[in-house]
Design a binder for this molecule. Structure first.
Ligand code: IMP
Ligand code: MG
Length: 180
């Protein structure tokens, strides 16, 4: 799989230490006793969420939401669609929405507004990556792991055509492997 990368953008060690840092920032912000309801946008945020919550020593509940906007292409196909429901009740809870990457902003803002309707006490957002150059939605996330350039990346949960999610680093896919 590593041979399919043009370059490694973020190494496994860099990811590990930044995830730890993010978790301690979250822990400091929420405090030791506040229960956080973590909502992970799957499949992309699976790995990030798993590592993030393992570094949170306080009480956490976890649920997942499935959103689809990409097919086998590297550009989004229309509006993101929420294709699953949550099983946890969010009313009166502190919600932390977690995603792999904040790209155009469509996905996070769509899910954010969906969660708002469930009347949580608060909603904060945390993404591992942000591609500032591609923003089209006015929305600010609360925690960002890394700023990255406008390149299509895979690994650590991020896929191309459902592959490469299990790479331990994050890298830029060779252009020849991307659709024309
Ligand atoms: P947004 O709705 O444009 O912000 O896109 C967010 C979603 O697009 C993420 O949850 C990813 O699944 C996907 N995405 C955006 N950029 C990339 C990329 O470079 N590699 C893989 N997936 C990406
Ligand atoms: Mg995704």
């Amino acid at each position: 799989m590593l041979n399919d990368l043009d370059k490694i953008l973020i190494s496994e060690d860099q990811i590990k230490s930044r995830v730890k840092e993010l978790a301690s920032e979250l822990y400091k912000d929420y405090g030791p006793d506040e229960e956080i309801t973590v909502i992970s946008i799957i499949n992309g945020a699976i790995l990030f969420t798993a590592d993030l919550v393992r570094n949170l020593p306080g009480p956490v509940r976890i649920d997942c939401i499935r959103v689809s906007s990409y097919g086998d292409e590297t550009t989004p196909i229309g509006e993101p669609k929420i294709t699953s429901t949550l099983s946890l009740d969010l009313k009166g809870r502190h919600v932390l929405l977690v995603d792999d990457i904040f790209d155009t902003g469509n996905t996070i803002s769509k899910v954010y507004h969906y969660l708002e309707e469930m009347q949580p006490t608060s909603i904060k957002t945390c993404v591992l990556l942000e591609k500032k150059a591609r923003r089209i939605v006015e929305f600010e996330v609360d925690w960002v792991g890394f700023q990255i350039p406008d390149e299509f990346v895979v690994g650590y949960g991020l896929d191309y055509a459902q592959r490469y999610r299990n790479l331990r680093c994050i890298g830029v896919l060779k252009t020849a492997l991307q659709p024309a």
